[in-house]
Design a protein around this ligand. Structure first.
Ligand code: SF4
Length: 474
């Protein structure tokens, strides 16, 4: 068993979270309407907000001004992301862990947790099951344990990319795992990962210490906060941040996420590729106070405010949330969701309709199948997308930002979403979903201006519908 890596820090390692300063920004009086409108206008101009501006939006109580925040977020999302929703699925690889995080079923102190690590043939079986349903984008999830070192994570990534099933293949593998050292990040980058996600869980220092007992590896706040700096320095330029909502004041955590995004932007020229905001869910062997629980209305506010604060960062709402909640969340800024998710180890081939809590890190609010989720998206007028073009054409990190900022990205995202949707409709969809998809395809093409690119797109869609050509992107 390899020992845990020694802890090293990036050249920019610095604890930029000042609890007192952030809390004092939240204690200032409710803002004037004029100031709120000035800040929404800045977002509509697609400029990221600073901490003070974000704090102003977080202090709004006036119902009419809240409606203006929601309306602004909805419009900004439409302008930057159109009606696309990017889809992925989680694949849990191992539930061994040396940490004792108080909110997690996989914590070492939970005797009920089922400990398991997928072997390469198990990974292949899970991936084949996901490919046969139509998935193209996965996120691999690992506990923190000597077994799950950089080499193991890299090997798991290579294992996933090897699996082909008919037209099925995984084209982008993201990672949610513990922070590594720079050399470790370099190794997983070489294996071809997309985004590396590390959630700070909570940015509030006392809460962090309470949730991550002293002596556990995860108790080192700065080593974790600095994790994605090391990733950036190792060339992993698509990174994802997140906080677990319900551990401390949600408004403070939103400021923490924005501070983290600004820190990455200032140090590496590119903010996070994605932000996640999971809410606490029931989990095996976990009993936590309800004091900081986030209501549905507050959850929608935090999404809308994040949308306005970081116009170009993807916002991920996972299947922790119920179908109804996800539907509302997509209105106000969410651009990526997982679908057809099972998070039990081996869950894609072994789980029935009911969730098995002892084998999950937390319970899910939405375990509908991929086809059902896609049909609902289509009926709601969204275009489900499995696009992976930017990552494979090197439009990542600050290079992605170069493309994204002028809005050119729309020229790629829309047509690529339609080709990946067409692949799904031809190869995997139920008859009902195919009907809903063909209507959305026709509507999207009708709305698209006539151009050389549209001609190319029509030809590609025809090739997917009438031949074995697949994986066509701009
Ligand atoms: S949250 Fe992650 S690090 Fe903490 S106990 Fe769970 S699996 Fe381990």
């Amino acid at each position: 068993m390899t020992a845990m890596e020694s802890m090293e820090y990036s050249r920019n390692a610095f604890d930029f979270i000042d609890d007192q300063q952030l809390n004092s920004k939240l204690r200032e009086p409710a803002p004037e309407a004029g100031e709120v409108r000035r800040i929404i206008a800045k977002s509509m101009d697609k400029q990221p907000l600073d901490l003070d501006e974000t704090a102003v939006l977080l202090r709004v109580q006036d119902p009419d001004l809240l409606q203006e925040i929601f309306a602004g977020a909805k419009e900004l999302k439409r302008q930057v992301y159109g009606n696309r929703i990017v889809l992925f699925a989680p694949l849990y690889i191992g539930s061994e862990c040396v940490n004792d995080c108080q909110y997690c079923a996989f914590r070492r102190g939970n005797p009920e947790a089922v400990r398991r690590t997928l072997a390469s043939e198990d990974i292949a079986a899970q991936v084949k099951s996901l490919e046969d349903k139509g998935h193209k984008r996965l996120i691999l999830v690992f506990g923190e344990h000597p077994r799950y070192d950089a080499e193991f994570i890299a090997e798991s990534v290579r294992e996933v990319y090897k699996v082909k099933s008919g037209h099925g293949e995984i084209r982008r593998v993201n990672i949610n795992a513990a922070p590594l050292n720079t050399e470790g990040f370099r190794k997983v980058k070489e294996a071809g990962i997309g985004t590396y996600q590390i959630f700070q869980e909570t940015y509030h220092h006392p809460t962090y210490a309470e949730m991550h007992p002293q002596g556990t590896r995860k108790s080192d706040y700065l080593y974790r906060l600095d994790g994605l700096n090391r990733a950036m320095e190792a060339g992993c330029d698509d990174v994802g941040i997140g906080a677990l909502f319900g551990l401390y004041d949600w408004r403070f955590e939103v400021l923490g996420l924005v501070a983290h995004a600004l820190n990455l932007q200032n140090n590496y020229g590119g903010g996070p590729h994605t932000i996640s905001f999971p809410r606490l869910r029931p989990a095996s062997g976990v009993k936590l106070e309800e004091h900081w629980r986030v209501s549905d209305e507050e959850f929608l506010r935090l999404i809308a405010i994040l949308r306005l604060a970081v116009p170009y960062t993807g916002l991920i709402c996972t299947a922790r949330e119920t179908p109804e909640m996800r539907r509302r969340a997509m209105e106000f800024g969410v651009s990526q969701i997982d679908a057809g998710s099972r998070i039990e180890l081996g869950g894609y081939t072994e789980s029935g309709d009911a969730q098995i809590m002892e084998r999950e890190q937390f319970s899910l609010g939405d375990i509908r199948g991929l086809d059902t989720v896609i049909r609902e998206l289509l009926e709601d007028g969204y275009v489900p997308s499995f696009c992976t073009a930017c990552y494979r054409l090197g439009r990542t990190g600050e290079h992605f930002m170069e493309f994204a900022i002028p809005g050119f990205i729309k020229r790629y995202c829309d047509p690529n979403a339609l080709t990946t949707l067409t692949e799904y409709l031809v190869d995997y969809a139920s008859a009902e979903t195919r009907r809903a998809g063909e209507k959305v395809l026709a509507d999207q093409l009708a709305e698209m201006e006539e151009s050389e690119q549209k001609k190319q797109l029509r030809e590609r869609l025809r090739q997917i519908q009438e031949s074995d050509r697949r994986d066509l992107y701009f």
